[in-house]
Ligand binder design. Structure first.
Ligand code: SF4
Ligand code: SF4
Length: 227
C-alpha cells in the first residue's frame, strides 16, 4: 500500500525533487478516490470493476495515524492485481496506463515531499453512495448488507483475538455466515462478478478476520470460525 512508501525515507532521498516514474508508489497499492475523481468513474475511465470498497471501521493503512487503523470513513480504492499490491493500472514497462486520468491522490503524491498527499488522507473521499446514482437499484441492497453484516470492532478484536469471549466468538461466526449467505444470494440473483462484489460490498468478513487469527471452515452443518 502506498502509505508504507510514505513512511520509508530510503525510497525518497533528500536530493530528490521530482518524479522519476520509478513506480514504487504504484506497486504499493491503489489509491483511494476523492470527490475530484468522481467524473473519472462516472465517465467510465475508472470502472467500478476496478474498485474495491473499504467500509468504515475496516483495518487499513493510515499514514496519519502511523500504521494499520480502522478507516475513519468509507473508502473506495483502485484494486490491486491478483495477490499483489500493484495498482491495477500499473504496467511494469509502461508505468501508469491511465496517467492522463490518474486520480487526485496520484497527482498529489510526491514521495520526496508528502505534505500534499497527507493533507487529503480520509478527506473529501468518495464512497459507494457518492459514485452510484441515487436511483441505483443496488443502493438498497448495499444498505441491506450493512444491516445484516455491520463492520465489527476490529480494534477490539485485534487486541483480544487470543481471549475472545465465547459470546463474541459466536457473534462473529454468525456475522461471517450471514455475510457469506447474503453474498451468495445476491451474486446469484443479480449475476454479479467478483470484481463488482468487491465494490458493492467490500471484502468478505472472513477475509478481514483471517489476519487477526481467525480460520474458517465450512461443513454441511454450517460455518465454523476458530481462533
Ligand atoms: S512519486 Fe512514485 S513514481 Fe514518482 S519517484 Fe516517487 S515512488 Fe517513484
Ligand atoms: S492510478 Fe496510475 S499513478 Fe496511480 S497508483 Fe495506479 S498506476 Fe500508479
Amino acid at each position: 500500500m502506498r502509505n508504507s512508501l510514505l513512511q520509508n525515507d530510503s525510497l525518497h532521498p533528500f536530493s530528490q525533487n521530482s518524479c522519476n516514474k520509478c513506480g514504487n508508489c504504484c506497486r504499493q497499492g491503489g489509491p483511494a478516490l476523492h470527490k475530484k475523481d468522481l467524473n473519472l468513474v462516472r465517465e467510465g475511465k475508472i470502472p467500478i470493476e476496478n474498485l474495491i470498497t473499504i467500509r468504515k471501521g475496516e483495518l487499513t493503512e493510515n499514514p496519519m495515524a502511523g500504521g494499520i487503523q480502522p478507516a475513519g470513513v468509507e473508502l473506495v480504492k483502485i484494486v490491486g492485481t491478483g495477490r499483489q499490491w500493484d495498482c491495477r493500472y500499473y504496467d511494469g514497462e509502461k508505468g501508469c496506463t491511465i496517467y492522463e486520468n490518474r486520480p487526485q491522490a496520484c497527482v498529489l503524491l510526491k514521495c520526496w515531499d508528502t505534505k500534499d498527499i497527507l493533507d487529503i488522507v480520509e478527506k473529501e473521499t468518495l464512497s459507494r453512495f457518492d459514485i452510484l446514482a441515487a436511483a441505483d437499484p443496488l443502493i438498497p441492497v448495499i444498505r441491506e448488507h450493512e444491516r445484516i453484516c455491520p463492520v465489527p470492532d476490529f480494534l477490539y478484536i485485534r487486541a483480544n483475538s487470543y481471549r475472545l469471549t465465547e459470546q463474541l466468538a459466536k457473534e462473529l461466526e454468525k456475522l461471517v455466515g450471514d455475510d457469506l449467505r447474503f453474498r451468495t444470494r445476491v451474486i446469484r440473483d443479480l449475476n454479479l462478478q467478483l470484481s463488482e462484489e468487491l465494490f458493492y460490498f467490500g471484502r468478505p468478513l472472513f477475509q478481514l478476520l483471517q489476519p487477526l487469527g481467525a480460520t474458517i471452515s465450512e461443513s454441511p452443518s454450517g460455518i465454523t470460525l476458530r481462533w
